[in-house]
Design a protein around this ligand. Structure first.
Ligand code: HEM
Length: 491
């Protein structure tokens, strides 16, 4: 018999053995789910439209909590606000670990606040929150910074004189400048070529991370990583941004004044110096670069993508936009910039922003968690380090909480008297110990940027509202709207 035939038979036999043996013992008590094949896991049960579609289909058969095998890795899927809350809030500590995202794993490798675990994560989260508070809420509050940035944007949009434009870069610039002023101690001009290059790299990377090919990569990265593909491009892009951060760190080092730290990087360098004799310190150069990259990326792409989806929705539903204009006229008028205090007096606008976030569904399958120890949950046992995906989409689009979940309708957040109605299934920032670290900044940005733009401009599109296409360009880890052209007409 030829060697190749022998090899083939050996592989076949091992596959059959694995099939017959079934689940390893430690995984016996995992929630139910489709039977996995060796190596391939549940690849055959996956929907061609991507992970979210696959999970929602499996939910119909297995309920709100089930196990699916992405390749060889078992992943516990949590659907619906009840299951997500029970895990991330009621058993917060157990579910507070972070899982990997295959396509960005070669870059982060467990460093930086988003992908760190254990003591490293605790140290970086505490440090990032405290310094963001110091450098954001200190002398000049985040509110003031956003107001200033919004005025810069108004000047820039006026220059367009109502011409058709793609606002992607501008919307990225304004959200990025808020996090840049906290992290790097400066904002960038909208024409700064190096800044624009970074924004383009973020945009391209977020689109690639959200693409179908990266979802396939998530299933078989052990094999696909040896071949060319979008994972290599994402790695290259993030390396280039890390190099930019590295150059900025060196400039900070050269001009550091220990008595007057100016921003998060200065604060980090001082902490590094203070802990230099501690061999267990988490304040390393690698964590500095990757923590900064995490905040820069998360602070830029999330709010700007939401703004971009928001303007598309406002173009599609002009009657909604008209009501927001009216509320701005009544509450703020034209002689002063919007302030955060106005929000409580503007329930309609607030409801529209909630609905934009609900509908745009930025991170439909959330970010992956892991359990930090063997965890008892709803009668199952989830072994330590097993991945858990909280499917945020299943809460944001739950028909038990939103009358018409697939329709954009600000009434979802308004009561019979027109007051803002809170909804417990509204969790775009997730829940629990890993809840978005930038939630406060993001909510302030969305309110102040939307209201300042609509105070100064009317929106127009060459496409009739009924023909505006809301289906996303990419929908995977993230949801990215299609690019579109818009006119900002001075009011
Ligand atoms: C509309 C805007 C935003 C949305 C919808 C959003 C959503 C999320 C979600 C769903 C998570 C994952 C939570 C989990 O693991 O369960 C997250 C994590 C995170 N977000 Fe945001 N985010 C937004 C804006 C921001 C901004 C502006 C910043 C930075 C200033 C930021 C920084 C972070 C960080 C650092 C984490 C990781 C937290 C950790 O692992 O401890 N986000 N965000």
């Amino acid at each position: 018999m030829e060697l190749s035939v022998l090899l083939f038979l050996a592989v076949l036999m091992s596959l059959l053995l694995l099939l017959v043996k079934g689940r390893p013992k430690a995984r016996e008590h995992l929630p139910p789910g489709p039977h996995p094949l060796p190596f391939l896991g549940n690849l055959l049960q996956m929907d061609r439209k991507g992970l979210l579609k696959s999970f929602l289909r499996l939910r119909e058969k297995y309920g709100d909590v089930f196990t699916v095998y992405l390749g060889r890795r078992p992943v516990v899927i949590l659907c619906g606000i009840q299951a997500i809350r029970e895990a991330l809030v009621d058993q917060a500590e157990d579910f507070s670990g972070r899982g990997k995202i295959a396509i960005v794993e070669p870059t982060f490798q467990g460093y930086g606040v988003v992908f760190a675990n254990g003591d490293r994560w605790k140290a970086l989260r505490r440090f990032s929150l405290a310094t963001m508070r110091d450098f954001g809420m200190g002398k000049r509050s985040v509110e003031e910074r956003i107001q200033e940035e919004a005025q810069c944007l108004v000047q820039e949009l006026r220059k367009s004189k109502g011409a058709l434009m793609d606002a992607t870069f501008l919307l990225q610039s304004i959200t990025s400048n808020i996090i840049c002023s906290i992290v790097f101690g400066k904002r960038f001009h909208y024409e700064d070529q190096e800044f624009l290059k970074m924004l383009d790299l973020f945009y391209q990377s977020f689109s690639l991370i959200s693409s179908l090919s990266s979802q396939l990569f998530e299933l078989c990265s052990d094999f696909l990583k040896y071949f060319p593909g979008s994972h290599r491009q994402v790695y290259k892009n993030l390396q280039e941004i890390s190099a930019f951060i590295g150059r900025s760190v060196e400039k900070h080092r050269a001009t550091l004044d220990p008595s007057a730290p100016r921003d998060l990087i200065d604060a980090y360098l001082l902490r590094m110096e203070k802990e230099k004799s501690n061999p267990h310190s988490e304040f390393s150069q690698r964590n500095l670069i990757l923590n900064t990259l995490s905040l820069f990326f998360a602070g830029t792409e999330t709010s700007s993508t939401t703004l971009r989806y928001g303007f598309l929705l406002l173009l599609k539903y002009p009657h909604v936009t008209e009501r927001v204009h009216k509320e701005i006229e009544q509450v703020i008028g034209t002689h002063r910039p919007p302030a955060l205090d106005d929000r409580a007096k503007m329930p309609y606008t607030d409801a529209v922003i909630h609905e934009i976030q609900r509908f745009s569904d930025l991170l439909p399958i959330g970010l992956p968690h892991i359990v930090t120890k063997d965890t008892h949950f709803r009668g199952y046992i989830i072994p330590k380090n097993t991945e858990v995906f909280p499917i945020l989409n299943s809460a944001l689009r739950d028909p038990r909480y939103f009358e018409k979940p697939d329709v954009f309708n600000p009434d979802h957040f308004l009561d019979a008297n027109g007051a803002l109605k809170k909804n417990e299934a509204f969790i775009p920032f997730s829940l629990g110990k890993r809840i978005c670290l930038g939630e406060g900044i993001a909510r302030s940005e969305l309110f102040l940027f939307f209201t300042t733009i609509l105070q100064n401009f009317s929106l127009a599109s060459p496409v009739a509202p009924e023909d505006i296409d809301l289906t996303p360009q990419e929908s995977g880890m993230g949801k990215v709207p299609k690019k579109y052209q818009i006119r900002f007409l001075p009011r």
